[in-house]
Ligand binder design. Structure first.
Ligand code: NCD
Length: 308
């Protein structure tokens, strides 16, 4: 079993993972027994920069007594020209039991899964998907709103380059949310009509009455030239700030997967304001990864083990 995308994950598995994540949180906070995978080693292959995703996988592993072996492109033989396939096979023969992989190429975790003997977890691949971030966001919404079904969720900004947006629109729509995407035309996916979401190019109709507003970072590292006229103009049209957030529901949640750029997708106030759940997202990221490890290593047995 692997976790490669949300698009391909059945709704029942999403529900199981969300439930298990909430159970992990309760068990951790009440100091109840957690599953233990002592003796297993997880390879953390990070071929792109990461702070919260990498650290949260490491934290989750530690809490479940998993050992980790972290490496990135700078410290690995991929710098010497070794292919992804040969790197994965090397790790497998060195006794790595599971692989967490972040890669700049969309689809790289699928290639890894084809040659690796154990579970592979996609920790973000190019512009494709970021399944654990969507599970984290889904868990946070569930905690704060008690449901996902029927909520209006506005995802704002650079949707085209965002794997977070893609995973979230699949997860939230499968769970019954009404998903709205908004951003400049040049930063919207080409076949957007086939996505389970409503598209907008003006901020206000997307924000109007929204229960959740999810801002995205401009992924400058994945952008060609000429997609936006200027950062200032982008901010004036799409920034979530004290003025624009008033269009959303009064009790709306403000979310961001991080890292955020204050002054661009946000002003300096809203991410620290009462509606912001950004720190809760970061914390929940650890419980989600605990749930994912448990689900992959133990399948349906996992639920039984955390229920003390
Ligand atoms: C995101 C990512 O790397 O896809 N961050 C994350 O993992 N929480 C979003 C981003 O880089 O903008």
């Amino acid at each position: 079993m692997h976790l490669l995308s949300i698009r391909e994950l059945p709704k029942e598995d999403i529900e199981t993972l969300l439930k298990l994540s909430l159970e992990m949180k309760t068990a951790w906070q009440k100091q109840q027994p957690l599953p233990s995978f002592a003796g297993k080693v997880v390879g953390m292959m990070f071929m792109e920069n990461s702070t919260r995703t990498r650290v949260s996988f490491e934290q989750a592993a530690r809490r479940l007594r998993l050992d980790t072996c972290t490496f990135g492109v700078m410290g690995s033989s991929m710098r010497k020209g070794e292919s992804l396939k040969d790197t994965v096979l090397t790790l497998m023969h060195e006794g790595i039991d599971a692989l967490v992989i972040r890669h700049h190429c969309s689809g790289a975790p699928y290639l890894a899964a084809r040659c690796f003997h154990g579970p592979v977890i996609n920790a973000g691949d190019g512009m494709h998907e970021h399944p654990t971030q969507a599970l984290t966001d889904g868990m946070t919404i569930l905690e704060r709103k008690g449901k996902i079904n029927g909520l209006k969720v506005a995802i704002v900004g650079d949707v085209l380059h965002s794997r977070v947006a893609r995973s979230n629109m699949w997860l939230l729509s499968k769970m019954g949310a009404d998903v709205h995407l908004v951003g400049p035309r040049t930063l919207m996916p080409r076949l957007a009509g086939r996505l389970p979401a409503t598209l907008h190019y003006d901020l206000f109709p997307a924000l109007e009455g929204a229960d959740v507003v999810m801002a995205l970072r401009l992924q400058k590292e994945r952008m060609g030239q000429g997609l936006i006229s200027s950062l200032g103009e982008y901010a004036s049209m799409y920034q979530i700030n004290q003025r624009t957030i008033r269009f959303a529901a009064e009790d709306c949640l403000v979310m961001h997967p991080g890292p955020m750029n204050r002054g661009l997708e946000f002003d300096d106030r809203v991410p620290d304001g009462p509606q912001s759940v950004i720190h809760q997202q970061v914390e929940n990221g650890v419980y989600v990864k605990m749930a994912v490890f448990t689900w992959l290593f133990e399948g349906s047995k996992a639920k039984h083990e955390v229920a003390v």
